[in-house]
Design a protein around this ligand. Structure first.
Ligand code: G6P
Length: 608
């Protein structure tokens, strides 16, 4: 979490940095700040709250023509959201300042040592400790690069950090350890940022920094070095293919709505080159030559975890691979029974930077278990460190609440299950052909259904927006969707919502049901429909109101029926998912909530 950007070039740097921060705001928005050097003085402007508060403050300050600057958008870890805890943080002398994403785990020990040497602290952050440690190191290493490296060698934990000094107004220093940092190479200008969109309007040429690397950059030069000995590193420049169009709202009120409506395109892109609708074949070059695992361990967080839960059904029934699904923050602190190379760990992560998921990947790799990474962001840490990577190709997802990423993950996982199922000869050629035909028809079917789905979501959201609690119930594939529906509602609208396996309700949660506690039931036309119908009746017997998401012709007598076009399972899930997303979107928007940037959340969680 937290977004950092540094710019050094020929343009007025502060507007470039602020504009970059706007595209990094998804990483946190508790506060923001910028630093630059003017007339030999380090200037820092910081503001609590969203970036617009910083812009207001900057508008009241004298305009600067400085051509080097750095900025930060914060998601609070050490220290409450407050101006004193906002970045950049300056050292006691005011000579140097840093912006930081991550956590310095031994900061208290370092702080105690610095306090004993007379340093004073104005914030509760680990970042202020780090900048003063650099200053302390300068006493024995006057060269700033040497002092920076010496301080970082003492710091344990995760960081992406950018450093400026009043003595070198046109130089940026930066370093990375377990937090993303990308170097952008322009013409007569260079960038350093947590993510590519921050500088995409200026350059597509990038270098992905690795853990334990440090960089020194001016407008016309840069050098990457190893932190341990400052030996030079050579790295191939990569060219990014995205365009900025993909990162704009495209006429929609919110990024979230745009991204929900992009799902037919996401399905098309995800299928292109992977299935051939003419001869009903499937080709997954990423998995060719690799054995089908004997056991699969899926590890992920948040929405990506729900994709894994959903896919387990297909991986077991189509591919015949015993599959466990676990939350990464739990997986990483457990003793595992991974069985070497016949097991496979599949990590799912939209951003490819989630700290717990990355840690799980590293544990598996240390144990010699192959790791397949399912990622959206090309070149992300997980994509680079996995033994093999399968890109979901959803394009940039800007809304903090994940939507199209889940659709793309479910598709990729269904393709993997189908591919392994064919290789294991568990699925007959006819079954594979039938599934491929269904997949091929999916994008158009969803595209046609989305407008009516949006309309119905709007109607129902008005009817239920005053509820303070919600249950989401489902079975089988729809259990994973129920969890996701509940997550979307709570993260966007702040209405308490619980996703539950509908068969489990009677073991306790049903006690909560009363006329003010509605239930959103996923009652699609599959083999579990009769069971779900019984569970709905049990809720109704306790005077609970029910919305049923179902298919035409379902024999259900509930408060609100929401019919979506029928598709055979598991493909019907691709219809149900946007319905759940749209209901949460419309509820949150109706309640006046900040849909794209819900409170307390961040899109990319790079801390534990
Ligand atoms: C955060 C985001 C969620 C996302 C989760 C996992 O909590 O707000 O939308 O599902 O991280 O992120 P990942 O990038 O690993 O899929």
């Amino acid at each position: 979490m937290c977004g950092i950007i540094g710019y050094t070039g020929h343009r007025p740097a502060v507007p470039v940095v602020v504009e970059g921060l706007r595209r990094l705001e998804y990483r946190g928005y508790d506060s923001a700040g910028v630093a630059y050097v003017q007339r030999g003085e380090l200037h820092i402007t910081r503001a609590l709250g969203k970036l617009s508060a910083l812009e207001d403050k900057l508008a009241q300050s004298p305009v600067t023509m400085a051509t080097t600057a750095m900025g930060h958008t914060r998601w609070a870890t050490h220290g409450v959201p407050a101006e004193r805890n906002s970045h950049p943080h300056a050292s006691n002398s005011g000579n140097i300042a840093i912006v930081h994403n991550g956590i310095i785990e031994n900061y208290q020990q370092i702080k105690d040592d610095l306090l004993s040497k007379g340093y004073v602290f104005h914030s509760e952050t680990d970042t202020e400790v780090l900048v003063n440690l650099i200053e302390e190191c300068q006493k024995t290493e006057p060269d700033l690069l040497q002092a920076f490296a010496a301080a970082l060698r003492q710091a344990h934990g995760a960081y992406a950090v950018c450093l400026m000094s009043k003595d070198e107004p046109n130089t940026l220093y930066a370093a990375r350890m377990s937090a993303p940092l990308i170097f952008g190479i322009g013409t007569g200008e260079n960038f350093i940022a947590s993510d590519i969109p921050a500088f995409l309007p200026y350059t597509r040429k990038v270098l992905f920094l690795e853990d334990g690397e440090i960089v020194r950059a001016t407008a016309t030069s840069y050098a990457i070095m190893r932190l341990e000995d400052l030996s030079p590193v050579s790295r191939t420049v990569q060219t990014i293919q995205w365009d900025m169009q993909a990162a704009q709202k495209g006429g929609y009120r919110h990024f979230m709505l745009k991204e929900i409506f992009e799902q037919p395109r996401v399905l098309r892109d995800g299928l292109t080159g992977r299935i051939n609708g003419e001869n009903n074949s499937i080709a997954l070059a990423e998995l060719d030559g690799q054995p089908v695992p004997e056991r699969l361990h899926i590890v992920a967080c948040g929405t990506s975890y729900h994709s894994g839960l959903w896919a387990r059904h297909l991986l077991e029934s189509w591919a015949g691979v015993p599959t466990q699904v676990e939350i990464a923050s739990e997986f990483r602190y457990r003793d595992h029974l991974l069985l070497g190379k016949n097991d496979m760990v599949l990590v799912i992560s939209q951003s490819g930077e989630t700290a717990d998921t990355l840690a799980a990947l590293r544990i598996a790799r240390e144990q010699g278990v192959p790791v397949l990474g399912l990622c959206n962001v090309v070149g992300s840490s997980i994509a680079r460190e996995a033994s093999a990577v399968f890109y979901t190709q959803a394009g940039p997802e800007i809304s903090v609440a994940s939507t199209k990423a889940m659709c793309s993950q479910m598709l990729a996982l269904a393709l993997i299950a189908l591919y392994w199922g064919r290789r294991q000869q568990r699925l007959s050629p006819d079954e594979v052909s039938a599934h491929i035909r269904q997949l091929d028809a999916l994008p158009a079917a969803l595209e046609a259904a989305l407008p009516a789905m949006h309309e119905r979501a709007r109607e129902l959201s008005r009817r239920y927006a005053q509820a303070r609690n919600f249950f989401y119930l489902g079975r089988g594939l729809c259990y994973a969707l129920a969890l996701e529906g509940a997550l979307k509602l709570k993260e966007l609208s702040y209405i308490h919502a619980e996703g539950y396996a509908s068969g489990e309700m009677k073991h306790g949660p049903i006690a909560l049901i009363d006329p003010s506690f509605p239930t959103f039931a996923l009652a699609l036309d599959d083999n579990l429909f009769p069971k779900v119908r019984s569970n709905i009746v049990e809720v109704q017997a306790r005077q609970g109101k029910v919305i049923a998401l179902t298919n035409p012709g379902a024999a259900l007598d509930v408060d609100d029926i929401w019919e979506i076009p029928a598709l055979p399972a598991p493909f019907s899930s691709f219809m149900a998912l946007p319905a759940l997303q749209l209901f949460s979107y419309e509820t949150a928007d109706y309640l006046g909530k900040d849909v794209d940037q819900p409170r307390n959340l961040a899109k990319s969680v790079t801390v534990e």
